[in-house]
Ligand binder design. Sequence first.
Ligand code: MV4
Length: 449
Amino acid sequence: MRRVLIANRGEIALRIVRACKELGLETVAVYSDADSESRHVQLCDMSLRLGPPAAKHSYLDKTLVIQAAKATGADAIHPGYGFLSEDADFAERCAAEGLVFVGPAPDAIRQMGDKIAAKKLAESIGVPLVPGGNIEPGADLDKLARTLPYPVLLKAAAGGGGRGMRVVEQAADFAASLMQASNEAQEAFGDGTVYWETYIGNARHIEVQVLSDAHGNHVHLGERDCSLQRRHQKLLEESPSPMLTSDLRNDLCGAAVRIVRTLDYRGAGTIEFLYDADRRSFHFIEMNTRIQVEHPVTEAVHGIDLVREQLRIAMGLPIDERVRHAKTAGWSIECRINAEDPDHGFMPSPGRITRLVLPGGPGVRVDTHCEAGSLVSPYYDSMIAKLIVWDVDREHARRRMLRALEEFVIEGLTTTIPFHIRLLRSDAFAKSAYNTRWIEKAAQQELAA
Ligand code: MV4
């Protein structure tokens, strides 16, 4: 592996360029017309235009991306997150073209992309699941509806990340909700298969970072608590999770490693669990076969570089010795700074950044592709920066995050910074006394401007 094409944009493209450079790898940027001036394009050794801003005609066009790799002599493609990162067909086409896909084998992507298959695998090795079941085509829906433990949650087998989920409160609503969920899933993923789970109302979303190499090493790098999400967009993540005892943490991380070992996995991955705060139990829900947006909090508490490890693994090298034996130390929090208006339902607020002053000082990291003068495009997600802090414990990290948010100056568009400041100051956050439902309600009440 000598030359890596980065099939992404924004902060993660820049993140990958940096990791490649530190490993002595050459870099190729691909970009849409909205990103031709982007920082990662400037820093790459070579760059190539893909097409117009719409992702369908640029970052999501598999043929164009593979052609770009061929044309520039790249021998590997890093997909980042989103776009083509969990597209098994794309990974397969890379292999067929002799290109290294920086990620797991197509079969692993495909199996974990089917959320029902993923649960079956977890169940087969004794990992606890949320009670639930499949809904076979032609099943007697009235009969099924009468037996379910309400409230239930309908989920799309091809979905994930909360897209296409629907809560059903009572048997009378089941058939209609199923129809809607299935139609939505068909529309969004081309697969209308839906399954049901008991809806856990008092839950925390806790995920485990794993790394697997081609030499049979499978390690976890602790957990992240991602319970603060609005419409399934994460707002703030932290590591470790304030909810876990060391016994629970060992069980959770052990279960995650057993899953990737069984899969004969290779690369970076994330195993998602729901923690039921009433029963103090955890349940596997799904696996993501890519690097995630929130990976820096794991890097901060372990002193490691996950993207570097992804590249090492793709090169056939073993996971670095120090990474294999890394221990969690201190506390890390990440806030996603979005060009959105929290006072108007988090409406996207694209536009030009006229002034940008980044926070700094000890324990502060900012991952952003933006600078003063940058145009935030309406074509892509509205994340403009990730602010990550590390400190010795949660309360110090909370205060450090507040001071960093207060230093941060972004002018020209509306951002989520003021909302994050209210969130970090709230009692619920300080005590970690919230669940996955809290933020949605609080955004209209105690966290409203
Ligand atoms: C759940 C759940 C409660 N019960 N499943 C959301 C993202 C996806 N990966 C799984 N998610 C959830 N699955 C059961 N059976 C709660 C979530 C969830 C959530 C739900 C509503 C609002 C915000 C949420 C944040 C994290 C997780």
